[in-house]
Design a protein around this ligand. Structure first.
Ligand code: KG4
Ligand code: ZN
Length: 342
């Protein structure tokens, strides 16, 4: 089957053609640069950029894949979660193309897309597995019993993991998007320089609730505040001198929580595979520490290459292939759902 995927849930306009849910024939991703000067995504500008880019990006995906619209079996499109304006652009475009060419329309959950990115890349990868989905908007720990069978084990109660990286990078004046810049700055730093809090990892003394053994939820706002309070006390010279150390210490605290909760989830579910997905899965220290911890326990770790970690349309096409091959397709009155759950 040949599926065209369309992804516009945030600030990437992406289109991709995937064959039989596995083989990526093309993968075009246009990251909108217009947001850089604002230090974050401006939703209205994102929608306008999608309108401008959807036709050329899709044309390029078809050309790169050497596929015509007539050859397609279906058009898969993200319908949530995401920014409502951005979602509507992709959804309206996909509906128009599918309707005019009499093709099947398959609405795809963006989170399921991230989860599928590992199937695209790894031959020897199959359920059951624990999936840690960590992006700019989401932090989820999911038990994947099989394709399409998901048990949500935990999620963030406040900031998403990527959001925490971006906000800390912004208060350290590293630029935007902050995650990759913080990762890079941390490489020269001492990760034990400051002991920042590991949110919800251990229960507070005398209390059993928040961070207990079986609690798979996350909280990153306390960590972000701890960095902000620490930085406030530093002079400009101290800040300059210890920038790498502060980045490395923050990163270590965030990574510790992500790794330990994933490992605990794998142990609880007696699962020997952990997969990571989403932009934060690019983080070098997270990849390293997850592998270190898992190898001792005989757990295999999978993560996609950076291009498939961050938002892309190949993962959307892969889900589309899976759904369409089960006979599932969407109505043309499909609505954008900004807070769609997995
Ligand atoms: O999956 P994604 O492209 O978009 C969403 O669906 O949100 O993820 C983007 C997020 C941003 O917060 C970005 O800062 C973060 O992923 N990110 C990283 C790294 N690369 C991207 N965070 C930490 N370390 C990285 N190397
Ligand atoms: Zn995403």
């Amino acid at each position: 089957m040949l599926i065209l995927g369309i992804e516009t849930s945030c600030d990437e306009t992406a289109a991709s053609v995937v064959q039989d849910g596995k083989k990526i024939l093309s993968n075009v991703i246009l990251s909108q640069l217009v947001h850089q000067k604002y230090g974050g995504v401006v939703p209205e500008l994102a929608s306008r950029e999608h309108i401008k880019s959807l036709v050329p990006v899709t044309q390029k995906a078809l050309e790169d894949g050497e596929v015509s619209l007539d050859q397609l079996d279906g058009i898969a499109v993200t319908f949530g979660p995401g920014l409502v304006g951005s979602l509507l652009m992709g959804l309206t475009f996909a509906k128009s193309v599918a309707f005019s060419k009499n093709k099947s329309l398959i609405g795809v959950n963006h989170l399921e897309g991230h989860l599928f990115s590992n199937f695209l890349e790894h031959e020897k990868f199959s359920p059951p597995f624990i999936c840690l989905i960590i992006s700019g908007g989401h932090t989820l720990l999911v038990y994947v019993k099989d394709k399409g069978q998901y048990e949500l084990l935990g999620q963030t109660l406040d900031d998403a993991a990527g959001e925490a990286f971006d906000k800390v990078a912004s208060l350290l004046n590293l630029g935007y998007p902050g995650g990759p810049l913080l990762d890079k700055t941390a490489q020269a730093g001492d990760r034990n320089f400051v002991k920042f809090p590991r949110g919800m990892l251990k229960p507070a003394k005398g209390r059993s609730a928040s961070g207990g053994e079986d609690n798979f939820n996350f909280s990153f706002s306390g960590l972000k505040t701890a960095v902000a309070l620490y930085v406030q006390k530093l002079s400009e010279a101290e800040m300059h001198k210890h920038l790498g150390d502060i980045c490395a210490s923050f990163q270590e605290a965030a990574v510790d929580v992500l790794v330990e909760k994933s490992i605990k989830a794998a142990e609880k579910k007696n699962c020997k595979t952990i997969a990571m997905a989403g932009g934060v899965a690019c983080n070098s220290r997270l990849r390293e520490k997850m592998k270190e911890r898992a190898s001792v326990l005989g757990i295999d770790i999978f993560y996609p290459s950076p291009l498939l970690c961050t938002d892309n349309a190949a993962m959307i096409a892969a889900v589309g292939d899976f759904r369409l091959s089960k006979g599932e397709k969407s109505d043309f009155n499909l609505k954008a759902v900004p807070y769609l759950k997995l």
